[in-house]
Design a protein around this ligand. Structure first.
Ligand code: NI
Length: 255
């Protein structure tokens, strides 16, 4: 039993074979997954997959890279979608200082608006962080994100940042990078954080774990992430699978 908490089966990379990818995930023991939408098209894709498959849930939000395109209508739409029975979180949202399509001030404002919405509708949030850890922590604190909590997705920050996020009811989720040989920091954090804060994901089609690094990723590979964390912590893969599945269900309110 594995829970892949962050997939983009709504991405164009799966246009040809999404049903086979889903079948492979089931065969590998993936019992639950959350398809994450990050703009108009992918939000619609996440919803239709969640409606079609019992074991698939959806998260809806606006990516910081595209913050410049976000408007009031989108915010209202997200609020409506929060009532959808398969929508379990808002996101992904956050800050991305790697790409410069959207100015940082615009990203921050769109991030704040989505946190406020999450508090209003009482859903957890999924955070995308690229080279912006300190500003993310500050905004989460200022906007009282601890009221809803959520996930630091594909975490690559320090143990200190992880602790600050856990103090605000966030879970720390690890993806493919934790399996990379040179990934010292993610390995260290994955080893140290409390088990009741641990989640796993693929973020597919991106960031495929070793030995598929550089190839298209898919949910079936989340097992490799679980195996890596089990090895780091001296536990069995079944233990890590069960713990992370229970954590995910609790956070998203899936029973
Ligand atoms: Ni993502």
């Amino acid at each position: 039993m594995l829970f892949d908490t962050h997939v983009h089966l709504n991405a164009h990379q799966y246009k040809e074979d999404v049903n086979e990818v889903i079948k492979r995930a089931k065969n590998e023991g993936i019992s639950t997954m959350v398809v994450v939408g990050f703009d108009e098209e992918t939000i619609k894709g996440a919803l239709s997959l969640a409606e079609e498959h019992e074991f698939i849930y959806a998260a809806v939000g606006w990516h910081p890279v595209d913050a410049i395109d976000f408007n009031e209508t989108h915010l209202t739409w997200l609020e409506e979608l929060s009532n959808h029975p398969k929508v379990v979180a808002l996101g992904e949202m956050g800050l991305d200082y790697h790409w410069d399509k959207s100015p940082r001030e615009v990203q921050k404002e769109v991030f704040r608006q989505q946190i406020r919405l999450a508090r209003k509708v009482q859903l957890p949030i999924i955070i995308h962080n690229r080279e912006a850890s300190q500003d993310i922590v500050t905004i989460l604190q200022e906007e009282k994100a601890e009221e809803v909590g959520g996930i630091m997705h594909c975490f690559g920050g320090s143990l200190d940042i992880a602790k600050q996020c856990m103090a605000m009811n966030f879970y720390i989720s690890f993806g493919g990078p934790v399996t990379f040989k040179n990934a010292k920091k993610p390995k260290e954090v994955a080893k140290e954080i409390p088990l009741d804060r641990l989640l796993i994901e693929t973020d597919c089609p991106y960031l495929a774990p070793h030995p598929y690094r550089g190839k298209r990723n898919e949910p079936a590979y989340v097992k490799l992430v679980a195996e890596q964390i089990a090895e780091l912590r001296g536990m069995t893969v079944e233990e890590i699978a069960n713990i992370t599945t229970e954590n995910g269900k609790k956070l998203f309110g899936i029973y």
